[in-house]
Ligand binder design. Structure first.
Ligand code: SER
Length: 873
């Protein structure tokens, strides 16, 4: 029987045989498409080609794309685990024509591969076409030998494929396969309706573009985008009606069963196993491509999936982290096809484990609350939005998890009420934080048509450029786009340049520079303070970058590369960049690493980087295709993809990294590199900050100034400071001890004096007096000391501390039953208009009225007599 690896390879080789070039899967985290949280189809990476914004490297391509469908237009989450063929993460096999072949070949080759190479039974296959697409229907009859009655037409919902709310789209033709046991029961109405008819391949004829306003435009050329679900094809070829029984999932299911000690079943009771097997694949691949659990956007999707998985783990009685252990099995199955999960295996496990630990702390309590909330509800009832919000806010239950658990009990969740509770919390937070209202989008004024901005800043910091467009945001801010500019726009972690734009009577101070992409053109936007003049018509401007700031940024940026490499050497290959920020003051680097970087390791990193600085190697920048760069050993960040031309920054013999930033000419330019801090950022991610050049010198000077200040205060040379501080600490300890024993002594003396004042009230020894004490503890200690020395007695002391009267009552054990201190003190406290309480042997009370204290103290003997009378009668 063919393995999933064979099947993936069959597909690729088949289309290579038809003139297609193999293309790597793009990452599941699409960093350059704001319309998508996760890659949801093979065509995502080719979107610019379809839109006519990019040239294809070749007219035909074939690939196996990692896809995630848990949010947005394509979302299969609810089906996952409940059925046997929807997944949050799956692989989409695809063949592509970029303005080359069209419907006929797409249909013919799909049929040839399915029936000729893989042996799908022709009499079980169905083809669907869009009901306006007579051409596709005719081609199915002409180029294949499918029985004509098994070609069906459907409307937009089934046969018009769209990627999302906007983007390339077109009519499609789907291929379905009947997996039922009894061919006699197969019928046309089952297609697109029943689970036994599996959609296995979608051939999309991309010819339209869905625009923002909802209308449909035509694309400049016609393309083919096909997507075949690997998991389902493997299911058919391995003769399994459940994808979870194929070699892609079975080992994970087995691992779940083994770890939990709960056997798997293909029916409903196996849902937790299936959900776990599915979700751990999604987690593995999304974390490998740089996603991290968080509270918003993509990170929140990851967190939701993880928490959902953890909750299904509870159904299998797992109360300790265990999902992370399943990652090894995923890597065993998929690592050969996707080496990135092997590379990042340890990181992935650490992140999952840390999330499991943190959610594990609240999950059980949240489940308890859920049970409490739902106990009085019956089928069809609704869980109030406020309760769902409490589960979210206090126990970290994503709304969809609460909804899922509600569904299991035939309950609903008031999601509108949840949204309201969320909105009102946000509102409160905003009111508290005084956040500004969102800025309105200000329209641009075009001065001159152009094709975007050319960046000249790798070679120079001054140049002339024409204004293409501008917009006035307020009398303090204006945005300007030039056709050419030396200003670096904020990207790749490096901040935007600042400087000036002058010419034609105009003077602008550039405070920041950013990039924007408009209709495929990259524009560099200078955000400026207007100083002089106005823009009227086309002007040529002299653009001058603040060169000394830029120079400081260059030092920090190259140093970031050196540190990245040094961290890999010192800590290990699991270290990857999880984020970075480079400005003129310092550099900040976030790395995947799961424990504190020790002082010793930091020192090693620092030493290594400074060695390379002193080598004074020449730093070079070269442009090349991505795949070539990767093959040459360059470190790629999360997110670059095939087809990109990339810039490689090379420090010979040390580091090679893809980067669009500005760098020094020789490493010696950096001068000096100093790490200033190391801290934890998130689970599995550490943050290191460092300074270079003048910044490093300034840092050392600041440290020095601090030291000399200390040295002045302590009146000792720096070298003696540590010994000095240690000595002083010892001395403080001795003094404290002396102070304590002096206080004890004076308490004892006071207690001795007080003893003489004891008197008898109805056969009970009473001592009551007003005393002077420094603070509350001494006050209580004194009462206890007197009580001990009197052996059997009631002691009532009064004092004034910080202008407020206080009372303490201490009663010896033998009397504490008859005259409990906590009770008796209330009668005394009433005399000073106060209240108090305590145990039967020791109680305290207080009030605000110090003037009443003397009177109260003088009444204590009477109060005791009255108390005894009252309680004994
Ligand atoms: N884009 C289509 C789909 O995702 C075919 O690849 O189904």
């Amino acid at each position: 029987m063919k393995t999933s690896q064979d099947i993936r390879r069959d597909f690729i080789e088949f289309f290579e045989g038809k003139g297609h070039t193999f293309v790597r899967s793009s990452p599941v985290v699409p960093l350059d498409d704001p319309t998508l949280l996760f890659t949801n189809a093979g065509m995502n990476q080719f979107k610019p080609i379809f839109l006519g914004q990019a040239e294809p490297a070749q007219p035909r391509a074939v690939n196996s794309q990692k896809c995630i469908r848990v949010s947005g237009k394509h979302n299969d989450l609810e089906e996952v685990g409940a059925d046997h063929y929807h997944h949050t993460f799956f692989e989409m096999l695809g063949n592509w024509s970029f303005g080359d072949y069209y419907k006929a070949e797409a249909i013919e080759w799909a049929w040839e591969l399915l029936t000729g190479v893989w042996g799908f039974e022709k009499e079980r296959l169905w083809a669907t076409v869009h009901d306006t697409d007579d051409e596709a229907a005719r081609l199915w009859r002409e180029v294949t030998d499918i029985a004509p009655e098994r070609i069906l037409a459907f409307g937009d919902k089934e046969n018009f494929w769209e990627m999302g709310a906007t983007g390339p789209c077109g009519p499609c033709s789907e291929i379905h396969y009947y997996i039922g046991e009894d061919l006699g029961r197969m019928k046309a109405v089952g297609v697109n309706a029943e689970a036994d008819y599996r959609e296995i391949w979608n051939l999309v004829f991309i010819q339209n573009n869905r625009l923002e306003d909802g209308s449909l435009g035509d694309l400049p050329a016609r393309h083919v985008d096909t997507g075949a679900g690997l998991e389902r094809i493997v299911g058919v070829l391995q003769k399994q009606t459940s994808n979870y029984s194929t070699d892609l999932f079975a080992p994970i299911i087995e691992q779940v069963a083994q770890q939990t000690g709960r056997a798997y079943s293909v029916n409903d009771s196996g849902t937790p196993h299936r959900v776990l097997a599915d979700h751990v694949r999604m987690l593995t691949f999304s974390l490998a491509d740089g996603a991290l659990p968080s509270n918003e956007g993509r990170g929140y999707v990851v967190r939701r999936i993880l928490r959902r998985a953890a909750r299904f783990g509870r159904m299998l009685d797992q109360h300790e982290p265990f999902i992370y252990k399943l990652v090894d099995t995923v890597v065993d199955i998929m690592g050969a096809a996707y080496p990135e999960i092997v590379e990042r295996q340890e990181h992935i496990k650490k992140v999952i484990q840390a999330e499991e630990i943190s959610f594990g702390e609240t999950l059980d309590r949240g489940l308890e609350l859920f049970t409490k909330i739902t106990a009085p509800l019956s089928e069809g009832d609704t869980i109030p939005g406020a309760d769902a919000f409490k589960l979210y806010d206090t126990y970290g239950f994503p709304l969809d998890l609460t909804e899922l658990m509600a569904r299991e009990r035939d309950l609903e969740v008031d999601s509108a009420g949840f949204d309201e509770a969320m909105a009102s919390q946000r509102e409160q937070a905003r009111a508290g934080g005084g956040q500004a209202a969102q800025q309105e989008e200000v329209p641009w004024t075009t001065v001159k048509e152009g094709t975007g901005s050319e960046f000249l800043g790798y070679e120079t910091t001054t140049a002339t450029g024409q204004i293409l467009k501008y917009r006035i945001i307020s009398d303090k801010w204006i945005d300007v786009v030039l056709d050419r500019t030396p200003f670096y726009a904020n990207s790749g972690g490096q901040v935007g340049d600042t400087g000036t734009l002058t010419g034609g009577g105009l003077e602008l101070h550039v405070m920041d520079t950013n990039k924007q992409v408009v209709e495929g053109r990259t524009e560099i936007v200078h955000r400026c303070h207007p100083i002089k003049g106005t823009i009227a018509g086309p002007i040529e401007l002299e653009a001058t970058v603040d060169a000394s700031r830029r120079q400081a940024i260059r030092l920090n940026h190259t140093a970031t590369h050196l540190m990245h490499k040094a961290l890999k050497v010192v800590l290990g290959d699991h270290v990857h960049q999880a984020g970075s920020h480079v400005n003129s003051d310092k550099l900040r680097f976030d790395l995947t690493h799961y424990e504190k970087v020790t002082l010793e390791q930091l020192t090693d990193v620092e030493r290594m980087v400074n060695d390379v600085i002193r080598d004074n190697s020449k730093v070079s920048a070269t442009e090349m295709p991505f795949d070539e760069a990767k093959a040459s050993g360059a470190v790629a960040m999360f997110g670059e993809k095939y087809g990109d031309r990339v810039r490689v920054i090379d420090v010979p013999g040390f580091s090679r990294e893809l980067c669009g930033g500005t760098h020094v000419e020789r490493t010696g330019d950096i001068g000096f590199f100093k790490i200033t801090s190391e801290s934890a950022l998130a689970a599995g991610v550490r943050r290191i900050e460092a300074v270079t050049g003048e910044g490093a010198l300034a840092y050392v000077r600041r440290q020095e100034a601090l030291l000399s200040e200390l040295s002045g205060e302590l009146n000792a040379p720096p070298a003696q400071l540590t010994g000095m501080v240690r000595q002083q600490r010892e001395r403080i300890k001795t003094l404290e001890q002396q102070l304590r024993s002096a206080a004890d002594r004076s308490n004892r003396d006071l207690a001795g004096e007080l003893l003489a004042k004891a008197l008898q009230v109805d056969g009970i020894t009473l001592l009551s007096d007003r005393v002077e004490v420094p603070e509350m503890d001494a006050f209580k200690d004194l009462a206890v000391a007197v009580k001990r020395r009197l052996e059997s007695a009631v002691v009532v002391l009064g004092t004034v501390l910080q202008e407020k009267p206080s009372l303490v009552v201490a009663v010896s054990d033998d009397l504490s039953g008859k005259i409990p201190a906590g009770d008796f003190i209330k009668t005394v406290a009433r005399e000073i208009n106060g209240g108090g309480g305590g145990s039967p042997t020791l109680a305290t009370a207080g009030s605000k009225d110090a003037a009443l204290l003397d009177m109260a103290m003088s009444r204590v003997p009477d109060l005791l007599a009255a108390y005894l009378q009252r309680t004994q009668s």
